[in-house]
Design a protein around this ligand. Sequence first.
Ligand code: MTE
Ligand code: MO
Length: 198
Amino acid sequence: MDGMKKLPPGQFETDKWPILHVGDVYEFNEDTWDFTLFGEVKEEVTLSFQEFMKLPKTVSTVDMHCVTTWSKFGTTFEGITFRELLKLIELNEGVNYVQIFGYYDGDRMGYCANLPLEKLLGDDSLFVFRWKDEHHDWEELDPKHGYPLRFIPPDSFYLWKGTKWVSGIRFLKEDEAGFWEEMGYSMTANPFKEERYR
Ligand SMILES: Nc1nc2c(c(=O)[nH]1)N[C@H]1C(S)=C(S)[C@@H](COP(=O)(O)O)O[C@H]1N2
Ligand SMILES: [Mo]
């Protein structure tokens, strides 16, 4: 792995995993938690936590690049791929974008980030519940990092596209800004092209 690390421009490497978000840390309640696939779909689907966690799991090692300039290499995650969720729905014609939703101060749909669908079809695009790295054996995701489930985007996106405390996916024909994008952050957010703002 070492030597294959690629630090995007303007980033520095950290061994620690910093915590960054707006609002309160979501307090998990399995009875009220659910996850909705909605928008440009033939039929909406809502999953309970049990149903979500029964889906096939994938283990994937990814690098995280935060727009505040820290990068953490080589964290291994276990989760459910975005691709796996696609199997549960039938998309309308011409869907090319999604917004991944999560909690913000008790509002289920208070946070979201937009992403292009075609970039989310690999093993490096997953809803994760545990992690490990060089210094830690498998650990459940800390509430501050998005327990019980948070999205980790491919490393070709800054980490704000990695919604914590996820609650759903909205499917879209046209790209629509999310929480940070509304405030001037990049729609495409590629760290290797240093796409921080728009
Ligand atoms: N629900 C939610 N998800 C969120 C955020 C947030 O404020 N709310 N912040 C984002 C930002 S800006 C970053 S950099 C990452 C940080 O993830 P970490 O705290 O696990 O490092 O979470 C992202 N996901
Ligand atoms: Mo961030």
